[in-house]
Design a binder for this molecule. Sequence first.
Ligand code: NAD
Ligand code: DAU
Length: 350
Amino acid sequence: MKTLLITGGAGFIGSNFAHYWIQNHPEDRIINLDALTYAGNLENLAGIEESETYRFVHGDICDATLIEKLFTEEKIDHVVHFAAESHVDRSITGPEAFIKTNVHGTFNLLETARKTWANDANCRFLHVSTDEVYGSLGDNDPAFTETTPFAPNSPYSASKASSDHLVRAYFHTYNLPVLTTNCSNNYGPYQFPEKLIPLVFINALEGKPLPIYGDGQYIRDWLHVEDHCRGIDAVLQQGRLGETYNIGGCNEWANIDIVKLICKRLDELRPGNNPKAELITYVTDRPGHDRRYAINAGKIMTELGWSPQYTFETGIEHTLNWYLENQGWWERIRDGEYRKYIKQQYQDLK
Ligand code: NAD
Ligand code: DAU
């Protein structure tokens, strides 16, 4: 039986992972530590909060006293570290929070694990990171591998790259049993509607403009969040210590094509007077916008036998249905801070 500390487990991927873990490993205990920033939502955890093996702790990964207390009292032996400031656009307007949480918060967790675990062979620290640390690809460049040099271009990716380096250093210097995953763009249930897919879906449903940055030909490699969770599970249980594993869908799409796909499907699911694609609006580009990401997931596939189970067609269908069936979830998010953010971020659309 393991005792997992999941950090950021009230966010998009962390909450999906908490559901996934309880379903697949019901014997383990889960301590979910989350600061409940704008992106954290306890509604994402509905259905598991009553579980006897689950405890939610409202707190900040930058709070060293709290982290030490949790490690000792709960006898944490596994950490799956999701907590982060995760949105690139917010890192451009307000980078400080990214440095605090993503760099200092990760340092705090590593330090506590180092002090508490004292070379216990059963312990594991899995750091969840991103493909954005590798920078941007040209159209004909090969996909990122685990040995692609880091070249972060936004305050977000620079903060994640810093945390990846710290994790690596704790392995080499202190022999801490760490693993790192670098994943491509996720989509699926509970994704906060500041990110492209839920933002466009909700705006299209409501007849609002669909903002496309620049020429819309920026490319991302999309993976369903459940496939990401399965990949993290494989790395946590079978990964080689000190190694990094890329996780991705071999599923590259230009932004404009994804938006058109969502519009087309919504025209079928919720027909209106006009095609939803008429709402597409080109807006000012994101500063420093990375042109293309693509993941070579060969290492996790061959070493650990992981592969995505969703195709993009089945994954998008599942996701759109989830957002249609859970309208109350996203309607509640749109109050307050979210409204202010959207007004500020999309000034072209006023
Ligand atoms: P998210 O923004 O949806 O959730 C982040 C969670 O962390 C929130 O619940 C928030 O309250 C919590 N949090 C933030 N600061 C905290 C702090 N100081 N202490 C405790 N909790 C704090 O993010 P996400 O999309 O679920 O991403 C999770 C992780 O996965 C991040 O580390 C991100 O870099 C990484 N990642 C995300 C993607 C993606 O496509 N979303 C892809 C690859 C990697
Ligand atoms: O690649 C992994 C990363 O994916 C994660 O590390 C990040 O946490 C996650 O937020 C995501 O980053 P992106 O910047 O790629 O995701 P986002 O949904 O913000 O944007 C996807 C693409 O769509 C990107 O090229 C920018 C573009 N975009 C985004 C928004 C919000 C638009 O054209 N219009 C928009 O309104």
